[in-house]
Design a protein around this ligand. Sequence first.
Ligand code: ADP
Length: 198
Amino acid sequence: MNIGLTGGIACGKSTVSSMLVRRGAILIDADRLAREVVEPGAPALAEVVRVFGQAVLMEDGTLNRQELGKLVFGSEEKRKELEGILHPPIRKLMLERMAEYERSAPDKLVVVDVPLLYESELEELFQEVLVVYVPPELQLIRLMERNGLSQEEASKRIQAQMPIEWKKEWADHVIDNSGLPEETEEQVDRFWKRKGLA
Ligand code: ADP
């Protein structure tokens, strides 16, 4: 059984995925897969270099993310081009990993943490989607605190994503992480039991 886990930035995806892992779930982290597909030797890295130039490589042959970020910054077209290179291999790797775990651990819950699940239209890949929710005002405060950002910087990052309220509407399951961690744990317990995972 698998679920996609998402939510807005700083809503508590990592917090909730750790709670699920402590109960025995297997975690696949989409951000990690995104790094794997551009490791030295990977075809997607060669393609990124072909399109964006040698300047996106460090001396040791690894991707210079900062430089690449600068090159696509502010250009919708370049960002789309980059996504066109990276998204297909990330998606492929995600499906491969999910299939591997389905085979090796069929009775475990496989949780796939995908921050931009809805933005990237990936909901079809998962049996169900779980959204970790906090109201936007709290999301802003938690993001400012965690990343040491000003209100303006934090707002900008939040506004670059789809509104958390929409994600909550679309979800199969919602975990409200606006209370104490114990209250979130209780909801995770309820979710776990409802899925027959107890
Ligand atoms: P995400 O993975 O969605 O970006 P995190 O799990 O990192 O979010 O949580 C964002 C921040 O909020 C972190 O600093 C985390 O410690 C804090 N946090 C998460 N859940 C709670 C909670 N229930 N109460 C207080 N702080 C929380």
